[in-house]
Design a protein. Structure first.
Length: 218
């Protein structure tokens, strides 16, 4: 059976959240301009799972009207009651490269203590490449949460700011091998004599993947 807009709208209007969730998922089969219009009310749905699914669609539908999309995502990032919904908003901002939402991402990062949301914000900033984010990332790389710290390592590499090198070099001996690998990747992106000196040491790492990554630009 082909999916019609009328059928999907019936699901979206249902009092059953499972139907609404199904309707959001079926919006992928509707023409994008119409799907974008239909999904908007669900971004403020009473049920968190429905809101999460609706916001997760914005990375593909949001391009239909970026100004409206920014308005919707900013509202959920700053006001939603659920951290995973806020994280989905940050992910969508990153996918759409909405760099002018950086101040909102920064506010959300410092106002929360939820590691999942903070990690999503750090990763989003890296994807968007916001140059003004250096200080936030410099804080994030000091996090006791290894996932936030690892996301910050990658984001600093993506940012391309040479000031990140002194922040990264002490982590070349990090006990977690995946963190060391991300450090090698970031230093390769950043370049410079200090980065190369650290990479030369990392080229001796006992983990083959790290040694190979460190040797790329030597």
């Amino acid at each position: 059976m082909s999916v019609t807009p009328e059928f999907v709208q019936t699901l979206l209007d249902s009092s059953d959240y499972g139907d609404r969730l199904s309707g959001v998922n079926r919006l992928r089969d509707i023409d994008r301009p119409l799907a974008f219009k239909m999904v908007q009310p669900l971004i403020n749905d009473p049920h968190a799972r429905v809101r999460y699914s609706a916001i997760s669609l914005m990375d593909t539908l949001g391009g239909e009207d970026l100004d409206k999309t920014k308005e919707l995502l900013r509202d959920r990032l700053l006001r939603d009651s659920e951290s995973d919904v806020k994280a989905a908003a940050a992910d969508a901002m990153a996918a759409l490269k909405l760099k002018d939402t950086y101040d909102d991402l920064k506010t959300a990062y410092y106002q929360c203590d939820d590691w999942l949301l903070q990690m999503s914000i750090v990763a989003a900033i890296g994807v968007m490449g916001c140059p003004q984010a250096f200080d936030l990332l410099a804080d994030a790389i000091k996090s006791d949460n290894i996932l936030i710290q690892t996301a910050a390592i990658g984001a600093l590499g993506d940012l391309g700011d040479i000031r990140a090198v002194p922040l990264l070099t002490p982590l070349a001996s990090h006990p977690d091998w995946q963190s060391r690998y991300r450090v090698a990747q970031a230093l390769n992106r950043l370049g410079g004599e200090e980065a190369k000196a650290t990479l030369a040491e990392m080229a001796k790492d006992e983990v083959e993947q790290i040694a190979q990554e460190a040797q790329k630009d030597l």
